[in-house]
Write a protein that binds this ligand. Structure first.
Ligand SMILES: NC(=O)c1ccc[n+]([C@@H]2O[C@H](COP(=O)([O-])OP(=O)(O)OC[C@H]3O[C@@H](n4cnc5c(N)ncnc54)[C@H](OP(=O)(O)O)[C@@H]3O)[C@@H](O)[C@H]2O)c1
Length: 293
């Protein structure tokens, strides 16, 4: 019984930490904390914690993960993100922005080599964005790729991607396929580490961003604001072919976070993400927006 409680408690902490971006401390605590004769410590059992997000024990694998949007767009009010005719970005490759996207969407806390699992993030995208990826980048490496389509049930996966009918289904499928094991134990050296879901990123395009903004679980957005580029006219709204936009942001719900918060949620170094940057003829700024849950 004691052992069972100990295990439940440990799982409670792990699940709870998903709600606290950057709360690696809780996770580390959960991972290193092993049952002892004095266990459990005098904290309430997770099922009695008055946390509105807490779920009963039997739903431990169904804890809702937060969803984060990551996007590159021109400043408000335009918020241009693409060209529908060519199913492409408004600008040619902006290498620092691509590198940032790669780092942020792949970054996970490490688990010790003896752990039976390792973390992985997931990216959810619309079918058109999936189509826009060159085959050599499919699937986006080191992340679980999920594609949203109305034809999901009749589509065959060719690059290991998962096809789903909507974002909520994507989240459900991810949590079923990649749960955090409840009993960490230790693995035999010849056993492969099991993948466990860490974070979910919505990576576009416009239709999927709009759907994601309507879901309360979407609680963070990491926009890269493309302020100026010599590749395009300054007025993006009238730029020929630029006709795909990020949906309007409700400022009653969303507020801009500061640099400390950006550093905390992305795991990036302040000097790397702070302030307006200029590289390769592009002026841009990494930002974070948060929604009050
Ligand atoms: N700047 C950026 O950060 C960024 C990021 C990503 C993409 N983009 C750009 O955005 C553009 C693509 O965006 P988009 O809005 O045209 O397409 P999208 O959001 O990538 O994909 C649209 C597709 O998603 C599926 N879908 C949409 N709503 C659905 C719903 N309610 N239920 C089920 N499936 C649904 C449909 O797939 P089916 O037709 O298969 O049913 C639909 O055709 C491109 O220009 C791309 O370059 C920019």
């Amino acid at each position: 019984m004691l052992e069972r409680q100990a295990r439940d408690f440990k799982v409670g902490w792990i699940d709870h930490s998903f709600w606290e971006a950057g709360s690696g401390a809780n996770l580390a605590l959960a991972r290193t904390f092993s049952p002892s004769p004095t266990f459990p410590p005098p904290q309430p059992h997770p099922s009695t914690i008055k946390n509105p997000l807490a779920k009963p024990h039997h739903q431990k694998y169904l804890m809702p993960h937060t969803i984060a949007i990551i996007v590159a767009s021109t400043p408000r009010p335009t918020l241009a993100i693409g060209k529908s005719l060519t199913n492409d970005m408004p600008w040619p490759r902006i290498q620092p922005e691509i590198a940032y996207f790669y780092r942020v969407t792949r970054r996970v806390p490490p688990t010790p080599p003896t752990s039976p699992f390792k973390y992985i993030n997931a990216v959810i995208m619309g079918r058109k964005t999936w189509d826009s990826l060159p085959p050599k980048y499919k699937p986006l490496s080191g992340r679980i790729n999920v594609v949203v389509s109305r034809a999901a049930s009749s589509t065959t996966s060719t690059f290991g991607e998962l096809w789903v009918g909507d974002i909520e289904e994507g989240v459900r499928v991810l949590k079923q396929k990649f749960p955090v094991p409840s009993d960490e134990g230790s693995r035999e050296t010849d056993e492969e580490q099991e993948l466990a879901l860490r974070r979910i990123f919505i990576i576009g395009g416009s239709q999927i961003y709009k759907l994601a903004m309507e879901i309360p679980k979407t609680s963070e957005a990491y926009p890269t604001c493309i302020l100026q580029t010599t590749m395009l006219k300054p007025d993006y709204a009238s730029e020929e072919g630029v006709d795909v936009f990020f949906p309007p942001i409700d400022e009653n719900q969303w507020t801009k976070g500061d640099l400390d918060r950006l550093v905390e949620v992305t795991g990036e170094k302040p000097e790397r993400v702070g302030g307006v940057k200029e590289e390769e003829g592009v002026t841009f700024e990494f930002r974070v927006w948060e929604r009050a849950l």
